[in-house]
Design a protein around this ligand. Structure first.
Ligand code: BES
Ligand code: ZN
Ligand code: ZN
Length: 500
C-alpha cells in the first residue's frame, strides 16, 4: 500500500477523492478556495447550517475545473479541543470507507485545516487509520469475474496525506504510522488464515519471509532441537498432533552490540482443540485465532526491522497445534519443562502456558532487559474484561506502567490484574512442582502466576488478549474479525524504550 505526503495546496492535489477534515466551526474562510473549486456549494451548506464540522457532518462537492481533486468530501471531526490520536484513526478510517463506497482505488486525506498546531501523533494516527482500514483478507476466495458483483468494491491501494506544515518533521510520523499499521495488517492476515493453512511450519516459513523483507535474523527450532533443549512442556503439547511444532526466533540487532535485548514472546497455537480435554464443538473454529499473540509479535518484528529501531529486540513464537491422538498428553501426566520444573497436566486445554513456559525459559538465557509476552491464554479474561481491554500482569511495576501507557497511545488498552503470591497456592500439585491449572477462581491470574515461574527475576509482563485480539471489536478503521492486538501496543512500547 502506497502512502505519500504532500505539502502543496489542497486544491491542486490530483486525486479522485480529497477528504478534508474540518473541525467544528470551521475555519470556513480558509476553505473558500477549495469550496470555489467545487462550485462554491460548501458556503451554502455552511450558511444553511447543514455543514458545521460536527462529527457526523458530511458534504461532497465536485470539481468544476479541469485540475485538482475530482471530488472533495468535507468531513466534520467535531471540536478541535477533543481531537486525539484515536479520533484521528477513526476519521481516516471513515475516509477509507467513503472511498470504498465510491468504488475508488485511491484517496487523499487533508489535515491542513486542523489549526496551526497539528500534533505529530495525529499525523501518525491518520496514517495508521488509512492503512488499517484498507486491510482485507481475500486470499482464500476465488477471484470474482469482472463485473460479476455490482457491490464489489475494489481494494484501495494508494493514499496521500495532505499537510500544511514543514514536510520533513511530519514525514517521519507518516513513516512510523505506515510501518506500525503495515506490521499489524500482516499480523491480521496471519490470524485470519485457518488452521490447515497456518500450521506451525508455515508460520515459520512466513517468519522467514518477514526476516528477509525487514532485515532480521531468523532461527527456527524443530522437534529435534527442542529435544536437545529439553523443552518437555512445548513438546508435550505437540505430541497429539501430526504437524511438527516450531519455535520461531526473530532478532533485530539495532542497539549496541551486547546490550540486553527486549524480548517479545507470543503464543503461536495454530489450532486449539483442547487436546484430550477436548473443547465443545460450538465456536471451536475460532480457536484458529489461538496464534494471535504470535501473529502480533511477528507483525511487530516486521515493523521494528523496517523502521530500523535503535534497540536490540528479539521476537519469540512457540508454535504448535493442540489436538488429540494416541500419543497425546493425558490429564494427570507429569512432564518436565526446560527449566527443570515438573508440571502435572490436569487439563490439556491449558496448553498455552505450557508452550510459553519453555519459550520464556529459553528467552531468559539472553539475560533480557525485559520480557513481554502476549497470549490468548484464558476464557476467564474474556469474562473479566470483555472485548475492550487486555489483561496486564507482571513482576515489575515500572514495566507495567510503560505498557499501560503504550496501550493508551495505540488505542489497544490494557488493565492491570494483581499477581499476589497467595494465588500460587492454587497451582500446588500432589505429585509435581506445580500443576497447569488453578481451578475456576481467578483463572487469568493463576495462568499468569504459572508463567511467572519461568521468568526468574527478569522484569516481565504478560498480556492476556483472549477477548481483544479478534471478534466483535469493530472500530471505524477496523472491521470485526482479527485485529492484530497488541501489535501496535508492543511497537509503541519498544519505540518508547528505544527513544525512537
Ligand atoms: N486458547 C484458550 C483460551 C481462550 C478461550 C482464548 C477463549 C480465546 C477465547 C486456552 O488455551 C484455554 O483453553 N484455556 C482454558 C484454561 C482452563 C482449562 C484452565 C480456559 O480458559 O478455559
Ligand atoms: Zn486451550
Ligand atoms: Zn489455547
Amino acid at each position: 500500500m502506497r502512502l505519500e505526503t504532500y505539502t502543496g495546496a489542497p486544491d491542486q492535489v490530483e486525486t479522485p477523492l480529497l477528504v478534508v477534515l474540518v473541525p467544528d466551526g470551521g475555519p470556513f474562510a480558509e476553505l473558500a478556495t477549495l469550496s470555489r473549486a467545487t462550485g462554491d456549494t460548501l458556503s451554502q451548506a455552511v450558511s444553511s447550517g447543514d455543514f458545521l464540522g460536527r462529527e457526523s457532518d458530511r458534504f461532497i462537492g465536485y470539481q468544476r475545473g479541469s485540475r485538482g481533486p475530482e471530488r472533495v468530501l468535507f468531513a466534520g471531526v467535531g471540536p478541535l479541543e477533543a481531537m486525539s490520536r484515536s479520533r484521528m484513526r477513526s476519521a481516516a478510517g471513515k475516509a477509507v470507507r467513503a472511498a470504498e463506497d465510491l468504488r475508488l482505488r485511491s484517496l487523499a486525506l487533508c489535515l491542513s485545516f486542523l489549526g496551526s498546531e497539528v500534533e505529530p501523533g495525529w499525523v501518525q494516527a491518520s496514517a495508521e487509520g488509512l492503512v488499517l482500514a484498507s486491510w482485507r483478507f481475500d486470499e482464500l476466495r476465488s477471484p470474482p469475474a469482472v463485473g460479476d458483483d455490482p457491490e464489489d468494491r475494489p481494494p484501495l491501494v494508494e493514499f496521500a496525506l495532505v499537510v500544511s506544515l514543514p514536510l520533513r518533521s511530519l514525514e517521519r510520523n507518516v513513516r512510523v504510522g505506515h510501518a506500525l499499521a503495515t506490521g499489524e495488517n500482516r499480523a491480521r492476515t496471519l490470524q485470519a488464515r485457518p488452521g490447515n493453512v497456518a500450521t506451525p511450519s508455515r508460520l515459520a516459513a512466513e517468519a522467514a519471509g518477514i526476516a528477509d523483507e525487514a532485515g532480521l535474523q531468523l532461527d527456527v527450532l524443530g522437534p529435534a532441537e527442542m529435544e536437545a533443549e529439553a523443552m518437555g512442556a512445548l513438546l508435550s503439547v505437540a505430541r497429539g498432533s501430526d504437524e511438527e511444532p516450531r519455535l520461531i526466533v526473530l532478532r533485530h540487532d539495532g542497539g549496541d552490540p551486547g546490550a540486553p535485548p527486549l524480548v517479545l514472546v507470543g503464543k503461536g497455537l495454530t489450532f486449539d482443540a483442547g487436546g484430550i480435554s477436548i473443547k465443545p464443538a460450538k465456536g471451536m473454529e475460532d480457536m484458529k485465532y489461538d496464534m494471535s499473540g504470535g501473529a502480533a509479535v511477528l507483525g511487530a518484528m516486521f515493523a521494528i526491522g523496517r523502521l530500523g529501531i535503535p534497540a536490540n529486540v528479539v521476537g519469540v513464537v512457540p508454535s504448535s497445534e493442540n489436538l488429540l491422538n494416541g500419543s497425546a498428553t493425558k490429564p494427570g501426566d507429569v512432564i518436565i519443562s526446560r527449566s527443570g520444573k515438573s508440571i502435572e497436566v490436569i487439563n490439556t486445554d491449558a496448553e498455552g502456558r505450557l508452550i510459553l513456559a519453555d519459550a520464556l525459559d529459553y528467552a531468559e538465557g539472553w539475560d533480557p532487559a525485559a520480557i513481554v509476552d502476549c497470549a490468548t491464554l484464558t476464557g476467564a479474561c474474556v469474562i473479566a474484561l470483555g472485548h475492550y481491554r487486555s489483561a496486564l500482569l507482571g513482576n515489575d511495576q515500572a514495566l507495567l506502567t510503560e505498557l499501560q501507557q503504550a496501550g493508551e497511545k495505540a488505542d489497544q488498552p490494557c488493565w492491570p490484574l494483581p499477581l499476589d503470591r497467595e494465588y500460587r497456592k492454587q497451582l500446588e500439585s500432589d505429585v509435581a512442582d506445580l500443576k497447569n491449572v488453578g481451578g475456576r477462581p481467578a483463572g487469568t491470574i493463576t495462568a499468569a502466576c504459572f508463567l511467572s515461574e519461568f521468568v526468574g527475576s527478569t522484569p516481565w509482563a504478560h498480556l492476556d488478549i483472549a477477548g481483544t485480539s479478534y471478534g466483535k471489536t469493530e472500530k471505524p478503521y477496523l472491521r470485526n474479525g482479527p485485529n492484530g492486538t497488541p501489535c501496535r501496543l508492543l511497537l509503541e512500547w519498544v519505540r518508547a524504550r528505544a527513544g525512537f
